[in-house]
Structures are given as C-alpha cells and as structure tokens.
Design a protein around this ligand. Structure first.
Ligand code: VGL
Ligand code: ZN
Length: 199
C-alpha cells in the first residue's frame, strides 16, 4: 500500500487523553495507557511537519448532568480543574497544542469535540481539510468526534492503533469502529504514514 504523506491542511486531533480515563482514573478505559506512546509518535510527526495538534478534553462542572449522582450514566469524572481532568503527564503535548474544552456546562453533555465548541472554526481558519483522530474512548468521544468531522466535510483518518474503548458491552468498540469506517473514516496505523519527510 502507498504510504500516506502528511502535509499542509492536515491536523492531529487527540481526544480526551485525561487521567480519569486512564488506568486508576474515575472512569478508567481498560488498557488505555497503551495508546499514549503511540500518540506521542504521531505528535512528533505532526510537530516536525509544523502541523496543528489539537487536544480535546472533557471539562465538567462538579454537578454535571452526566454524573450518576445527578441522574446520569457515569461516575463523576473530568471535573474541571482537578487532577483527573488533566491530560496524562505521559502525553507529550507540544507547547502550542490547541486545547478544546467540551461539556463545560451543567445541563449539557457532549461526546463530540465539535459539540458546543469552536473546533470547526479553528480548523477552518487554518485551512485544515484532513483530520487524523485518536484518543479515548472509541465508543463515545472518538466515535462522536469522528462522525461530526465527517458531517462537517473533513476527510478523516481513524488512528486504529491509538484508540481504546470503554466496552460496557464487549463489542461496543468494534461496532463503533465499524460505524466510523462505514461512515467514511479511513482506518490508519502509524506505519501507514510516510516518515522522515520533514527532517
Ligand atoms: C467520555 C464518557 C463520559 C469520553 C466522556 O471521553 O469518551 N466517555 N464522558
Ligand atoms: Zn464526560
């Protein structure tokens, strides 16, 4: 297969790689720590090429509607300003990372990085047309971010070596991947990208 070359118009989107979604966190995604070194390799690639790196984060108020104690589905997680809401210290985000906070108000949840944020405007302003998307969790925030990206007209590459699922039902992650690919996302692994173009 011909390698994919990253170039102007491309951006890396890292979804919700926050302590609460990692092993030991309030809403831990099983084995999610294994994706961090892989994401770090993508980060190096995009940084060297001078291309934007975007990190989304779940950024909830303490009484957010998605929390069980408020009638929602999830244990309290990613409360803004807490350790659990911080990006993993292992994730080597560049200084100029564009941070997008979502689900920041009590009454609304948002699984997509585009929902209630200015992510689309930020990308358009920079002339971005292709998105390389990885992070957590495959079956929630990655799924919904990818679906919105496709809806908004971006070409989407799903980084299948840099996502992990919650899997409340064991095949949720596999189903989500299938849904994204059927919707037009192209599955991609690190080895599928041409290296050393910008060294
Ligand atoms: C997420 C559950 C609740 C996610 C966020 O980032 O995938 N999942 N809030
Ligand atoms: Zn959340």
């Amino acid at each position: 297969m011909e390698k994919i070359k990253i170039d102007q118009g491309d951006a890396l989107i890292i979804v919700d790689v926050q302590n609460d979604f990692l092993p030991g966190g309030a809403l831990e995604v099983p084995n999610s720590d294994v994706i961090i070194p892989v994401l770090n390799r993508y980060i190096v690639l995009f940084s060297k090429a001078g291309l934007p790196v975007v990190a989304t984060r779940d950024w909830h108020p303490p009484d957010h509607c998605s929390f069980k104690n408020q009638g929602g589905l999830w244990p309290p997680h990613c409360v803004r300003g807490t350790k659990g809401a911080e990006f993993s210290p292992e994730l080597e985000l560049p200084e100029n990372t564009i941070i997008v906070s979502k689900a920041t108000s009590v009454e609304s949840d948002a699984y997509s990085g585009f929902e209630g944020t200015n992510l689309d405007e930020i990308l358009r302003e920079k002339g971005i047309e292709r998105l390389f998307i990885g992070g957590l969790a495959t079956d929630y925030c990655v799924l919904n971010t990818v679906k919105d990206a496709l809806k908004n007209g971006y070409k989407v590459f799903l980084l299948t070596d840099a996502i992990k699922a919650v899997n409340i039902k064991p095949d949720d992650g596999a189903k989500a991947e299938k849904e994204m690919i059927e919707g037009g996302a192209v599955p991609l692994k690190f080895e599928d990208i041409a290296q050393n173009l910008y060294e």
